[in-house]
Design a protein. Structure first.
Length: 363
């Protein structure tokens, strides 16, 4: 037995299937097609919704579908003597951008739609969310030809592409990317802490505030928001460390990291603040330049190379494992420097540009 959609011959089978997939197969379902913000302000009309993905109906079909749902089905098709089409003017670009910004503020997963509207940069407000009002003000300022810096009204300006890219979190203990939300070695489900929790945990590890604690116990402390977490947050505030300052340690970045500015608790240089990004980049670079055996031979001729190579995984290990462990040790032992870059270029002169995307000449 057919449903409401089967009574509408102007819809294609594909369009009916798409509507059914969204449970829009009854008359009543079409009474809830508006999109509003948290204050009840209308962001999209039913017609807007039906014309947007995934439905993609034309204005005419969307109007006829809504009319049929209201019991105002048009008269049977017959050759008209005069065809009059009244097309409402679509929202202007500014209005569409404002709607998309409000939607991205509420649902960060929709931020990619801004790129389709030609929006490349947005202002981030509290908790890393898109700040619609500030973004519109920043765009108005930029439209005059005035330069735009890295911040607006004290808030960070970020690219839509960066926000739309899937976020990969790293372990706050060692800055290695999490695998399915878990530490790749211990299996600790760090993703359960959320970004705010990861930031606090990373600072706590940096300051040596978890000495003697198991990793799963640390996660429990962070999730419980108990006294130890409160102590860490107070210390962050006292040292003027903003939560987002810890992002280089807990958010994977494909870009080359900047140098750390804060020393460790004992005064020693901090572990690379973006070891998640540098480790991944350096691992990929070594794999691209060398086979497993070639990498071992190259490393053996570095200062202390014999001991360095002896500590790498055995000969039966995969090239990926060897490259990852080598990159990790190079970073931890402070060997990623100009001399290392020059040695790589000397070994692979035809790959200098590729090497310099990870190891800048001015490092």
């Amino acid at each position: 037995m057919g449903d409401f959609l089967d009574s509408l011959p102007f819809l294609s089978p594909e369009q009916r299937a798409t509507l059914r997939a969204q449970d829009l197969d009854t008359v009543d379902a079409f009474g809830h097609l508006t999109i509003t913000d948290s204050l009840g302000k209308l962001l999209a009309t039913p017609t807007d919704v039906l014309m947007a993905p995934p439905f993609g109906l034309t204005l005419g079909k969307a109007s006829r579908l809504l009319a049929a749902a209201k019991g105002e089905a048009p008269a049977p098709a017959q050759p008209p003597q005069t065809l009059v089409v009244n097309i409402a003017e679509p929202p202007d670009l500014r209005t569409r951008i404002e709607r998309a910004l409000l939607l991205a503020e509420q649902d960060p997963s929709t931020v990619g739609a801004l790129a389709d509207l030609g929006v490349d940069l947005v202002v981030q407000g509290e908790h890393g969310k898109v700040w619609p009002a500030a973004t519109m003000a920043m765009r108005a300022h930029a439209s005059t030809g005035a330069p735009i810096g890295k911040t607006w009204q004290g808030a960070k300006i970020v690219s839509v592409h960066a926000l739309a890219a899937p976020t990969v979190w790293c372990s706050p203990r060692n800055s290695r990317p999490l695998q399915d939300g878990k530490d790749e070695v211990t299996g600790t489900p760090w993703a359960e802490a959320g970004l705010d929790g990861l930031r606090v945990a990373a600072f706590g590890y940096e300051q040596g505030m978890f000495e003697g604690m198991r990793e799963d116990a640390v996660l429990g402390v962070i999730k419980s928001a108990g006294e130890l977490r409160a102590q860490i947050e107070r210390r962050m505030k006292a040292l003027d460390v903003k939560p987002e300052d810890m992002d280089p340690r807990v958010v994977f970045s494909a870009r080359k990291p900047e140098s750390a500015s804060r020393p460790m608790r004992d005064g020693s240089p901090p572990p690379s603040p973006l070891r998640g990004g540098m480790l991944a980049n350096l691992s990929r670079l070594l794999m691209a330049l060398f086979s497993g055996d070639e990498l071992r031979r190259f490393l053996r001729y570095l200062p202390g190379g014999a001991d360095f190579v002896a500590a790498l995984p055995g000969v039966n290990a995969s090239p990926a494992s060897v490259a990852h462990e080598a990159a990790d040790r190079l970073i931890r032992q402070g060997m990623v420097n100009r001399a290392f870059r020059d040695a790589l270029v000397a070994e692979r002169p035809g790959r200098a540009a590729e090497i310099d995307t990870v190891l800048a000449p001015g490092m």
